[in-house]
Design a protein around this ligand. Structure first.
Ligand code: ASP
Ligand code: ASP
Length: 339
């Protein structure tokens, strides 16, 4: 059985960072990377830098006039090889709120469907001199490959089952705003861990900031070696949720699994769906998260998804702030290195 606590391999990586929300309007240290390809490339200081920048961007979306001139004159291309509505919209709004010219290219309209390769697409887009390309692709590593072929900054908006770094950043920002800290919390990530880039990026980020992480899933949805990325592994929801500060549910990714890896949806819901009875095992002030899109009645009871502990719409709101922060940090960095 895996539901005993396993060694916390990530703990030696970093020391605790007590992240405090910063006020808006302050200067931030330069972000020392040209691209944002994954959380694995970042250390705790890079992560805190982006979270603090995002915290200062968050109020802008609540203002009557929501634009800053930060990226005026810059061109952002959103290149999505995999279906997405919300992430693409979030990046588009983020770029536009910062004054960038934003172009959306999706796989259906691109010539990839006419046989053009990823590299051809990258080379052609590069010739149009964009300042940043936001890429989503179905294959792990495709975004990094593309970043090697273009002159501008590249942001990974999800590559296969590998990483989704802006999702992990927006999740961390949401947690920090609700709990006023990250270090010392216990975060339980539940469900389809095997197919989830969200789980992977979150485990890397939370591990770097000394957050206790638990994964809870049936054996069939636990990838090999997962214990190296988290503090504890559980196959029983009630046990895994006991005392958790944050409960992060994942979508059952039937399109990636190839076949349904659980005997039936009803049975999955019975053992792993978050309902009031299971949620009662977490701390009384625990919050519930979901990266979307949600399968209501599969991994989460609608009463919980829409209930008082849910911070799911806050995650969506923080997504825009995080993407504004990342765009700003990368473009800032690019300008400084050209001076
Ligand atoms: N895949 C989901 C969507 O298309 C969420 C996302 O884009 O990250 O809405
Ligand atoms: N929207 C997230 C992603 O694109 C999670 C999901 O699709 O379930 O990875």
């Amino acid at each position: 059985m895996l539901n005993q606590g396993l060694t916390y391999m990530a703990s030696s990586k970093t020391k605790a960072v007590n992240a405090k929300p910063s006020d808006s309007g302050e200067d931030f240290p330069p972000f020392p990377h040209k691209h944002l390809l994954g959380i694995s490339q970042l250390n705790q200081y890079d992560i805190i830098n982006l979270l603090d920048r995002a915290q200062s961007m968050a109020p802008i979306s609540r203002q009557p006039r929501k634009t800053l001139p930060t990226l005026s004159g810059k061109t952002q291309i959103n290149l999505f090889f995999e279906n997405s509505t919300r992430t693409q919209a979030s990046f588009e709004i983020a770029g536009k709120r910062l004054g960038a010219l934003v172009l959306n290219m999706s796989v259906k309209t691109s010539s990839v469907s006419k046989g053009e390769t990823l590299i051809d697409t990258a080379t052609n887009l590069n010739a149009m001199q964009p300042d940043v390309i936001v890429v989503r692709h179905g294959s792990a590593g495709a975004v990094e490959l593309l970043s090697q072929k273009v002159g501008c900054s590249v942001i990974n908006a999800g590559d296969g089952t590998h990483e989704h770094p802006t999702q992990a950043l927006l999740d961390a920002l949401t947690i920090r705003r609700h709990k006023n800290r990250l270090a010392g919390l216990t975060v339980a990530i539940c469900g389809d861990i095997a197919n989830s880039r969200v789980a992977r990026s979150n485990l890397l980020l939370l591990g770097a900031l000394n957050v206790r992480t638990r994964v809870i899933a049936p054996q069939t949805l636990l990838p090999a070696g997962i214990e190296k990325l988290c503090t504890e592994v559980y196959t029983n929801m009630e046990e895994g949720l006991a005392g958790a500060d944050v409960v992060m549910m994942l979508r059952l990714q039937r399109e990636r699994a190839g076949e349904i890896m659980t005997p039936s949806i009803r049975e999955y819901y019975r053992f792993y769906g978050l309902d009031a009875q299971k949620f009662a095992h977490a701390k009384p002030d625990a919050i519930v998260m979901h990266p979307g899109p949600m399968n209501r009645g599969v991994e989460i009871d609608p009463a919980i998804a829409d209930g008082p502990a849910s911070v799911i719409t806050d995650q969506v709101e923080m997504g825009v702030a995080v993407r504004m922060a990342v765009l700003d940090a990368l473009i800032d960095n690019g300008e400084q290195s050209h001076e």
